[in-house]
Ligand binder design. Structure first.
Ligand code: AMP
Ligand code: GLY
Length: 424
């Protein structure tokens, strides 16, 4: 089979690496890909947010048998619907289902209607009403732009003044563009966070191994929010009781709720959860694989990823036995100096000889005059597996030292947090 993968980050490099192992796959195309992906796939330079242009390319190509849509924007724009309407097979939720990520107002209302545990909240489309609300609500409080904002549309306000300014920035100054025309104002929750991703075809939901992201730019979760500076898997505190609670109170009810709303979700459903004193609560849903969670999940997957994806499209996921390796996996993101604010591109990357078993996923890389150079804020993901989390972490850090580009920085504490929390 010839497979087209939409996207160009570390997550897509991990997806393509897994797909390339499938005996069923003949050739992979990546739209648009990056320098690392180019080793495994032919790059296609089409703007994947232009769903019609993607459909035209697939039609004209004539021999694409399966398309995997990974990023949030094309899912929200209906790329899967467009391809299916043209008679092609595509993996990912349809537009009506992808709304679970693309509108926080939708996902919050869904959780309220179906009693899925989440922070209490109010939705506002009027600046005056939102401003009045933050004058009296409990502080800290969390402001969320309704729409997609590159994972950055959330403000945690520790003081009332911050909340006032936040509402103004989002609703009047359009800090997150039109994504902030409607905002959700929600209760501030506390507790460890875990990313629980699951495969679902709308009938069956199968959790993947858990992972933990590190969203802040600096050690000890300080600095600005980023797309993710590193991950580890599994979440050390997440035991059998946690798995049972999340399955019964969150995963199955979410799948059923989407069916009841005539928005059957087929694809990867990502549950961003917080373990609070009152049990697990949903912080966010994503309609896709997480980045950089995928970089520590897929290396542990023993089952053929294409087989799973095809089963989801055909609604026979229950027939597939999904297996995972034991042990742990760590991903360190090597970022450009300045990220997530302004940073320079085009810095030459040098990579020494990495230890066996280390996987280097490319995110913001490109080839320029034969040289590997930086082309984004998050540049590379160094991924190591180990029998224990400590072993995986030590291997990842030892190998990160062999990579260099001007301004390169990475967090030194990936895989350390939450170790003191008892497993349940
Ligand atoms: P998101 O962009 O939705 O992933 O949110 C970014 C981060 O903000 C999350 O990973 C949490 O750490 C934090 N956050 C979001 N909602 C809440 C909340 N209700 N209470 C506390 N922290 C939150
Ligand atoms: N790592 C968080 C996300 O993919 O949205």
């Amino acid at each position: 089979m010839n497979v087209l993968v939409i996207g160009n980050g570390g997550r897509e490099h991990a997806v393509i690496t897994a797909l390339a192992k499938s005996p069923k796959v003949d050739k992979i195309y990546a739209m648009k890909g990056n320098a690392g992906i180019a080793e495994l796939a032919e790059l296609v330079n089409v703007d994947y947010c232009d769903v019609k242009a993607v459909g035209d390319w697939v039609d004209a190509k004539g021999d694409i048998h399966f398309t995997v849509v990974t990023p949030d924007d094309p899912l929200a724009l209906g790329l899967v619907d467009e391809l299916e309407a043209r008679g092609h097979r595509a993996f990912g939720p349809c537009q009506r289902a992808a709304i679970i990520e693309s509108s926080k107002a939708f996902s919050k209302a869904l959780m309220k209607k179906y009693n899925i545990p989440t922070a209490t909240y109010e939705t506002f489309s009027s600046y005056e009403e939102a401003s009045a609300f933050v004058e009296t609500c409990p502080i800290p409080v969390v402001l969320k732009a309704d729409g997609l904002a590159l994972g950055k549309g959330v403000l945690i306000c520790k003081t009332r003044e911050e909340a006032r300014l936040g509402v103004k920035e989002m609703m009047l100054n359009q800090k997150f563009g039109s994504a902030g025309n409607t905002i959700v104002i929600e209760e501030f929750l506390e507790g460890p966070e875990v990313s629980c991703l699951a495969f679902t075809d709308g009938k069956t939901i199968v959790p993947m191994i858990t992972s933990c992201d590190h969203k802040r730019a600096k050690d000890n979760d300080e600095g600005l929010n980023t797309g993710g500076m590193g991950t580890f898997s599994p979440a050390t505190f997440f035991g059998e009781n946690s798995a049972k609670e999340v399955m019964e109170k969150i995963m199955v009810p979410t799948m059923s709720a989407m069916n009841a709303e005539n928005r059957t979700f087929k694809g990867v459903l990502y549950f961003g959860l917080m373990k609070t004193n009152e049990g697990y609560k949903v912080i966010e849903y994503n309609a896709r694989f997480g980045d950089p969670e995928t970089q520590v999940i897929l290396p542990m997957l023993k089952t053929d990823l294409l087989e799973i994806m095809e089963a989801i499209v055909d609604e026979r996921l229950a027939d597939v036995q999904i297996e995972w390796e034991d042990g742990a996996c760590v991903c360190l993101v090597l970022a450009s100096g300045g990220y997530p604010e302004a940073y320079e591109k085009g810095k030459e990357i040098t990579i020494g000889t990495l230890d066996e078993g280390i996987q280097l996923y490319h995110a913001g890389t490109a080839k320029k005059e034969g040289k590997l150079v930086t082309s984004g804020g998050r540049v590379l993901g160094v991924v190591a597996k180990g029998a224990t989390l400590n072993e995986a972490r030590e291997k990842a850090y030892a190998n990160a030292k062999k990579i260099h580009f001007d301004g390169m920085y990475y967090r030194k504490d990936i895989g350390i947090k939450y170790q003191e929390i008892t497993k349940e």
